[in-house]
Design a protein around this ligand. Structure first.
Ligand code: PEP
Length: 255
């Protein structure tokens, strides 16, 4: 285990599945779940299936997360779901600031920061996604973009809150493209993120889990997870296949 950080593997099902497909997927996952994995495991189904999947996961070691949350607590926010509601149906984690939310639904850094705080205020663990687009990487602006996204959250949330939160570095050019960052590319950014945290609080920085996300598969998971600042993965496409996802979970060993 890296500085006491237990690895974590999170499956983001995005807008996929049906009640029948979810039941099959969860049954297969539970059937293949290793007896004592080094990593914690979370799945994030679409909102409408959360309660169903909570029931399917009962008695297993797999935890439940949501893919997004409303920054506000309650009221006239048609179509939105609050952190308290997610908690109420059995979620313990929630993804905030996924690049698809930032880009397709125009969620600003500030909106993401508010979601982060809302999640924590109700006892959910936020999984804060940060990452650059291809043009930004090519313009050598990766660190600048990631620092800006992180800074927005640190303006609203305390450093102490980072110790129990999860960060996920997800280069946008690697999400769903089949083109993952090399372990060295990913490690560079993870080390940068940890250094940003350490500059604010040297005690908290080594406690914060930083996941890598972007075309993680069973074939590349072990080499990514072996890097010193990579504490597991946020998995999209490969989390929809039980054998692939469980193989990724098994690759997240203590190094
Ligand atoms: C994601 O959805 O966050 C993701 C990383 O997707 P994929 O693994 O399919 O690239």
């Amino acid at each position: 285990m890296k500085s006491g950080r237990r690895p974590l593997v999170v499956g983001n099902w995005k807008m996929h599945g049906s009640r029948a497909e979810n039941a099959r997927l969860v049954e297969e996952m539970i059937g293949q779940y290793p007896p004592a994995p080094a990593a914690l495991c979370v799945v994030c189904p679409p909102l409408v299936y959360l309660q169903d999947v909570a029931r399917l996961l009962r008695g297993s070691a797999i935890l439940l997360g949501a893919q997004t949350v409303c920054a506000d607590a309650q009221g006239a926010f048609t179509g939105e779901v609050s952190a308290a509601m997610l908690k109420d149906v059995g979620c313990s984690y929630v993804i905030v600031g996924h690049s698809e939310r930032r880009l397709l639904y125009r969620e600003s850094d500030q909106a993401v920061a508010r979601k982060f705080v809302a999640a924590q205020s109700k006892g959910l663990v936020p999984i804060l996604c940060v990452g650059e687009q291809l043009a930004e990487r090519e313009a050598e602006r990766t660190f600048e973009v990631v620092a800006r996204q992180l800074e927005a959250v640190l303006k609203l949330a305390s450093m102490e809150s980072l110790a129990s939160a999860v960060l996920a570095y997800e280069p946008v050019w690697a999400i769903g493209t089949g083109r993952h960052a090399s372990p060295e590319q990913a490690q560079d950014v993870h080390a940068f993120i940890r250094a940003q945290l350490a500059a604010r609080d040297a005690k908290i920085a080594p406690l914060t889990r930083i996941l890598y996300g972007g075309s993680v598969k069973a074939v590349n998971a072990a080499e990514l997870f072996a890097m010193p600042d990579i504490d597991g993965g946020l998995i999209g496409g490969a989390s929809l296949k039980a054998d692939e996802f469980i193989a990724i979970l098994s690759a997240a060993r203590a190094h």
